[in-house]
Design a protein around this ligand. Structure first.
Ligand SMILES: O=c1[nH]c(=O)n([C@H]2C[C@H](O)[C@@H](COP(=O)(O)O)O2)cc1CO
Length: 130
């Protein structure tokens, strides 16, 4: 099982530690192709935007499932979700805010969950993989 985890980078890194904790949890279910999203000291200087885009799109194509944490709004995450839905990938979104974008929560192909804590998202993720 190849898992594409999506989370904000240039949109803001407030949840980077949470992404790392979620990635650590989902690793028991397969290979997380985008483990770098949880890196606290993420450096993107040595790679061009074109390389980032093409690499991530290839991982998206390769993936069996998309899991996105969308609490911190990110253009890149929204773009990945749209491309993933077009590729008919099973897509799951999680947010702690009262609402997220209607283009995400209103999309019938995306399963969107509100949660409050790391423990709660772990249970929801376990349910998805079981
Ligand atoms: O350096 C990067 N590496 C990378 O993999 N991404 C991808 C993965 C994330 O799910 C998403 C984050 O988009 P943004 O940077 O617009 O918040 O884009 C985005 C960047 C920077 O835009």
């Amino acid at each position: 099982m190849k898992i594409y985890f999506s989370g904000s980078i240039r949109g803001g890194r407030d949840d980077a530690k949470l992404y790392a904790d979620i990635i650590e949890h989902i690793k028991q279910y397969g290979e997380v192709l985008t483990e770098h999203i949880g890196q606290m000291d993420l450096q993107e200087n040595e790679i061009t935007d074109r390389q980032i885009h093409d690499q991530d799109l290839n991982w998206l194509i390769e993936s069996d499932i998309i899991i996105a944490e969308v609490t911190v709004p990110s253009l890149g995450v929204g773009y990945e979700l749209g491309r993933g839905v077009e590729m008919k990938k099973p897509t799951y979104c999680f947010h702690r805010t009262p609402q997220t974008s209607a283009m995400v929560s209103g999309c019938p192909e995306i399963k969107t969950y509100h949660y409050e804590s790391l423990d709660e998202i772990k249970v929801l993720i376990d349910q998805i993989f079981q």
